[in-house]
Design a protein around this ligand. Structure first.
Ligand code: HEC
Length: 212
């Protein structure tokens, strides 16, 4: 029983070291990061994004997109870097996530990394069709359909401007149209806002071989 104080001190030391390593040190290192000035337009970087994209971030979370997509352009990997794959112009850094209430870093990559999908795929209409039926725009896609984010409704008078341009088996019955719900619109606004293509002091963007 006289060893109890030693045992308790040991347990305390283990918890203290973990807390120092996992909480205190990272918070000292990253906790004071702030946005930096954007020399191009007088704003700040990382850029802020609007209410629709913030609402879309919640749909991204509830639909479980993170189970197949990461949002971090990695420096190196075993074979090729993410920049070589065309997933970004520079590796992601901690400051990139300052505007996010939750950073969807993700670890599984059944689909591409989405950190820069807003640059790579800037067309909202493409995203709507892709979410409704991925194989319609990416042959043999393994991504599940998110058709619950859309409404099939009878055309009233004129076809809606929002109606998806679907062909073949995906096309709705005559007199009907498929339109995105508010959730789908918010989600796509979020996807289009995903772009880590600006330079930061610790992550310059190389243009024509020279750091910008
Ligand atoms: C079961 C895995 C899985 C889930 C869950 C999933 N995806 Fe995908 N995603 C993929 C695969 C595989 C691809 C590549 C084929 C394709 O483009 O359809 C892909 C491709 C994409 C692309 C195209 C990226 C590019 O660079 O062309 C976008 C955008 C995308 N997914 C968004 C989403 C969103 C948003 C969600 C959640 C609503 C989601 N994905 C959920 C597997 C998944």
């Amino acid at each position: 029983m006289h060893r109890l104080p030693t045992l308790l001190s040991g347990i305390f030391l283990v918890f203290l070291t973990s807390w120092l390593g996992l909480v205190a040190y990272p918070s000292l290192q990253l906790g004071r990061l702030t946005p930096v000035a954007d020399a191009d337009n007088g704003g700040s970087l990382p850029p802020t994004y609007g209410g629709q994209a913030i609402a879309g971030q919640r749909i991204y979370a509830t639909e479980g997109c993170i189970s197949c997509h990461s949002q971090q352009v990695r420096q190196t990997s075993i074979t090729t870097s993410d920049v070589d794959r065309g997933w970004g112009v520079r590796p992601s850094v901690a400051r990139d996530y300052l505007r996010d209430s939750t950073a969807f870093l993700g670890s599984r990559r059944l689909g591409q990394d989405l950190s820069n999908v807003g640059v790579r795929r800037p067309d909202a209409k493409w995203h709507f069709i892709h979410l409704y039926h991925p194989s319609a725009v990416c042959e043999g896609s393994l991504m599940p359909c998110f058709s619950d984010l859309f409404l099939v409704r009878k055309i009233q008078g004129q076809k809606s401007d929002d109606a998806l341009n679907l062909t073949g088996e995906d096309a709705p019955k005559d007199g009907y149209e498929v339109i995105p719900t508010a959730d789908a619109k918010n989600l796509v606004a979020y996807l289009l806002s995903l772009r880590h293509d600006y330079p930061l002091p610790e992550a310059p963007v190389k243009k024509n071989g020279a750091a910008k």
